[in-house]
Each structure stands twice: as structure tokens, then as C-alpha cells.
Design a protein around this ligand. Structure first.
Ligand code: AMP
Length: 203
């Protein structure tokens, strides 16, 4: 199969400190694994603040986007945002994220397979666990909200980071993994998932 085939799409998943502390590593891996995706890299590490800054700066508009959303959520809750400038509020969220993401080890992984980015995000649920659907990892295992995180001045604890799109995934993966830590191999189940002719199964 060529390297541009759908089955080669990759995404970065990081089980955040709260996922590790809640003993959800196995459950989270199970959800992605049973969808048919293939894990091609995994490690536990303690990120540095510099790593977190680089990771969230992969999207040059991260601070603006996250700041805009945060301002909306302050207003929805009837609270005054710390500033009306999205970049300034976004800078605050970045600092809170650094604090959160470096408080304990995380588990970083690369998952590969057709629609990997989209399927991982579907299984993970939306950013705010309070409004994530039941059946998603965040909807089933955690309860945090924008309003609680903002009023307590901290990042939302939502167990997992999952790349937002294919382009971001391809920029994020090298920040977390050396090439040699990513293993190219076949899973036997890939025949039934992707093989066109299915002619090698009967004896
Ligand atoms: P990601 O890791 O890709 O989900 O990056 C965004 C992260 O920033 C979220 O998961 C939250 O942990 C955090 N975050 C985003 N918006 C807010 C907010 N308004 N207040 C607190 N934390 C936030």
C-alpha cells in the first residue's frame, strides 16, 4: 500500500496528567484500539513548559482562537473576562495549560489508520467534558466545564489532547517523537479493514 493511502493517516494523542492520575490509560487506549486504528508509537514522559508552548504554537492562531472562546464562555456565565483582547486572554490560557500539562507525567502516542484524526476526536468528545456526548471518553469519565475552569483560573481538565486536523498532526508528531520511535509494521487485522480483494483468507 502506498504511503498516501487513507490507511496511513496519523494523529497525535496525549493522555494528559489527569488521565494518568485517574488511572484511565488502559481505558483510553482501548477505545482507540478497538476502533481499528493502529498504535505506532507510545511513551510516558514529563513535558517541559517549552514543549507545551511549542505544541500549542503549531497553530499560529491558537491564542487568538482559545482566547475568543474563553471570552465567550466568561460572558455566557455572566462573568467579566480578564480582558476583551483574545490574544491576552489566550496568553493566560497558555500559561494555565503549561501549569496543567507539566504537573505529572503524560502518555504520548501516535495512532494510524483511515480517518485517524476524525475518529480519535469523535471517540474523545468535545473540549468541554460537561457538554461532551455520553459514550465519548470525556463524556463518560470527566465532568469539567469552561465556567468552573475559568472561575478557578485554571485549564480545563479533559484527559486527552488529540490533533485537530491532519496538518496539525503532522506538525505535532515530530515535537513529541523522534523518527526512530515510530514503528512501521503490519497488523493482521488490516487485511479485513483495508484489503480490496480479500482473496488470502480461505484455505
Ligand atoms: P487541546 O489540548 O487541543 O484540547 O487544547 C486546548 C486545551 O486548552 C483544552 O483541552 C483545555 O485544556 C484548554 N482550554 C481551552 N480553552 C480553555 C478555557 N477557556 N479555559 C481553560 N482552559 C481552556
Amino acid at each position: 500500500m502506498n504511503m498516501n493511502h487513507h490507511s496511513k493517516e496519523r494523529t497525535l494523542v496525549v493522555i494528559k496528567p489527569d488521565g494518568v492520575q485517574r488511572s484511565l490509560i488502559g481505558e483510553i487506549i482501548k477505545r482507540y484500539e478497538q476502533s481499528g486504528l493502529k498504535m505506532i508509537a507510545i511513551k510516558m514522559l514529563l513535558p517541559t513548559e517549552e514543549m507545551i508552548e511549542s505544541h500549542y504554537s503549531v497553530d499560529p492562531d491558537f491564542k487568538k482562537k482559545v482566547g475568543t472562546k474563553a471570552i465567550e464562555s466568561y460572558k455566557e456565565a455572566g462573568d467579566k473576562p480578564p480582558s476583551d483582547d483574545p490574544e491576552t486572554v489566550g496568553e493566560g490560557v497558555m500559561n494555565r495549560l503549561k501549569n496543567y500539562m507539566t504537573c505529572s507525567p503524560v502518555v504520548a502516542m501516535v495512532w494510524q489508520g483511515a480517518h485517524a484524526v476524525e475518529l480519535v476526536r469523535k471517540a474523545t468528545g468535545t473540549t468541554e467534558p460537561r457538554t461532551s456526548d455520553v459514550g465519548t471518553i470525556r463524556g463518560d469519565y470527566v465532568l469539567d466545564s469552561y465556567s468552573m475552569a475559568d472561575s478557578d483560573g485554571r485549564a480545563i481538565r479533559n484527559l486527552i489532547h488529540a490533533s485537530g486536523n491532519v496538518e496539525e498532526a503532522e506538525k505535532e508528531i515530530p515535537l513529541w517523537f523522534d523518527k526512530k520511535e515510530i514503528i512501521q509494521y503490519k497488523l493482521v487485522q488490516e487485511t479485513i479493514l483495508y484489503d480490496v480483494n480479500l482473496d488470502g483468507l480461505l484455505e
